[in-house]
Design a protein around this ligand. Structure first.
Ligand SMILES: [Zn+2]
Ligand SMILES: [Zn+2]
Length: 346
């Protein structure tokens, strides 16, 4: 077999790229270029990063640094199978040295290159953080309860639901989905929100958990550049009744399991399931709560009725036997005393 040599440099070769040896082919090619210094803007409060003309959520500082340098690399358009390795080293609070190594192929010829660049961070407060610190908000979510005071647990849960919703929305890119201020007040909590969408989302999340209803009302607060500025109040009412309440409804006595648009529970007289649209109920009243139940001895089971020993008076009382009763006489059952009589709890 005849010996082959490169027509350009004359050296022996057995593989050719564009009719020259690998060294001659690769010799005049640049795999990638990068400025000596790359500049980045990062918010010190929330790690947002300014890119493509706007602030975006960032992440870990080192990851931001790597991505900012990557965005500034100019890779040879003919390169294929490009593999990049960026190694950042922090020099001081605002400077990184980044070693960039790249491997690729150009027309099948392997090529690699390396260089160092410096990233300089300019720490700037982002649009969202400056709004938060400036007290900016567009709406107030007012959480109250209907005809009662909300419980501490309900309010705590509502606030953490709101934070979860806000965080999820920020993760999806809604940078104004922040809660600027939370105020616990007598009878409820007020949350000042940075976006109108967030106000609605909080109300929906709370209602998914607790039921209830909300109404929104805009209020004109001024003008900016000739455009009316509104703030929206979301008045959310947690339902009047909560799980464990024992209520009288249209003649029946019901232990509430949930109360939102519908009231569902157990009819304590029949033991049957109760489900009604709240707005259709005519005569609703809270009698007591499951927590106020007392233990009483079941004296006798007579099929349609039972006899219970009143733990306070030691008198035997006759009560209609609920379907769910499975306790043998002689054992204790839970009863509630109400103005509508005595009822056995399931
Ligand atoms: Zn050559
Ligand atoms: Zn920020």
């Amino acid at each position: 077999m005849a010996k082959l040599f490169c027509p350009k440099c004359g050296s022996d070769a057995d593989v050719f790229y564009d009719n020259v040896c690998k060294q001659c082919f690769i010799g005049n090619k640049t795999l990638f270029e990068c400025p000596h210094v790359v500049y980045g803007r990062i918010c010190p409060s929330c790690d947002s990063v300014f890119r493509k003309g706007r602030w975006q959520s960032g992440g870990k500082e080192e990851d931001i640094v790597i991505s900012l340098v990557k965005e500034n690399l100019e890779i040879n358009g003919d390169a294929q199978r490009v593999e990049l390795a960026l190694t950042p080293k922090q020099l001081d609070y605002s400077r990184y040295r980044i070693h960039v190594e790249a491997k690729a192929e150009i027309k099948g010829a392997p090529i690699d290159a390396a260089l160092d660049t410096e990233l300089r961070i300019s720490w700037e407060t982002c649009d969202t953080c400056s709004r938060i610190s400036g007290g900016y908000f567009v709406g107030i979510v007012q959480i109250r309860a209907d005809k009662r005071l909300p419980t501490h647990d309900e309010l705590t849960r509502c606030m953490s639901l709101a934070e979860e919703v806000a965080e999820r929305s920020r993760g999806k890119g809604d940078r104004l989905a922040f809660i600027a201020k939370t105020e616990e007040i007598e009878g409820g909590v007020d949350m000042y929100v940075g976006s109108i969408k967030l106000g609605k989302q909080i109300c929906r999340a709370v209602m998914d958990t607790f039921g209830g209803k909300f109404a929104e009302s805009p209020k004109l607060v001024g003008q900016k550049n000739g455009v009316d500025l509104y703030r929206i109040t979301y008045a959310l009412r947690l339902p009047e009744f909560v799980r464990g309440d024992i209520i009288s409804v249209d003649g029946a006595v019901v232990e509430v399991q949930s109360c939102a648009k519908h009231v569902s529970g157990i009819d304590l007289e029949t033991g049957k399931r109760f489900l009604e649209n709240f707005n259709n109920l005519m005569d609703v009243k809270k009698l007591t709560r499951r927590e106020d139940a007392v233990s009483a001895v079941l004296v006798a089971d007579e099929g349609k009725t039972i006899q219970v020993l009143d733990p306070l008076t030691y008198e035997t009382i006759t009560v209609k036997r609920p379907e769910f009763l499975s306790v043998e006489p002689g054992n204790e059952i839970q009863i509630v005393k109400t103005e509508k009589g005595i009822f056995v709890l399931p």
